[in-house]
Design a protein around this ligand. Structure first.
Ligand SMILES: Nc1nc2c(ncn2[C@@H]2O[C@H](COP(=O)(O)OP(=O)(O)OP(=O)(O)O)[C@@H](O)[C@H]2O)c(=O)[nH]1
Ligand SMILES: [Mg+2]
Length: 201
């Protein structure tokens, strides 16, 4: 009886918690993506004005529930001197969202270098990666095939883990829900990194 009740309690009151890192160069749109995600997916969240978001110096944390999964987002600053802090979070994370500014062709190779460094880190072995081609609301911008071509030689480094490149506009919300739902599916089935169990608060 105790087992039955405790199983029922866990089913109703516990969520599986997953930590998701949001990475990418400064100005890529990471914090805007985080705010848009909270606004779209959290019932009672009254979002901040996206126009008021400024560059991240430390990190921003945000939580979004999708079904029985609770995603804990860690949005890290992307400026060059802050990128050296990214790997401090790798061991704890279940998934990575890597944001690219599709309007900034000049910095695409810089973004690729940062991506390559991240993806070859052993601490992220097997972790699913969602690559967001952000700012698709701006004309002209790089398309998904443009970005896949530029990042082409990263394919072998990505290996057999789940990886999706998705068109997105953090500003208008295009592709935001789809990206997060894909990430939830991946982290839930990734047995290599089990979730943390948390009571709902
Ligand atoms: N047009 C357009 N602008 C965007 C989009 N996403 C973000 N921006 C703008 O890009 C700029 C940078 O956005 P942030 O969200 O602060 O970028 P970040 O990646 O968090 O930057 P750091 O915190 O410095 O690493 C802001 O002016 C945003 O309004 C988008 O989808 N479309
Ligand atoms: Mg930011």
């Amino acid at each position: 009886m105790y087992t039955l009740l405790s199983g029922l309690y866990k089913y109703v009151f516990q969520k599986d918690e997953y930590c998701i890192l949001i990475l990418g160069l400064d100005n890529a749109g990471k914090t805007t993506f985080l705010e848009q995600s909270k606004t779209r997916l959290s019932k009672n969240y009254r979002g901040v004005s996206l126009a008021k978001i400024t560059t991240t110096v430390g990190l921003n944390i945000g939580t979004v529930d999708v079904g029985k999964a609770r995603l804990m987002f860690w949005d890290l600053g992307g400026q060059e001197e802050l990128q050296s802090l990214w790997d401090k979070y790798y061991a704890e994370c279940h998934g990575v969202i890597y944001v690219i500014d599709s309007t900034d062709e000049e910095r695409l190779s810089e973004s690729k270098r940062a991506f390559e460094k991240m993806v070859t880190s052993e601490a992220l072995d097997g972790v699913p990666i969602l690559v967001l081609a952000n700012k698709q609301d701006v004309e002209p911008c790089l398309s998904i095939p443009d970005i896949k071509t530029a990042f082409g030689d990263c394919a072998s480094k990505i290996g057999r883990r789940d990886c999706l490149t998705q068109a997105c506009s953090a500003l208008t919300g295009q592709g935001v829900r789809e990206g997060i739902e894909w990430m939830v599916k991946c982290v839930v089935r990734n047995l290599r990194r089990p979730p943390r169990q948390r009571d709902i608060t």
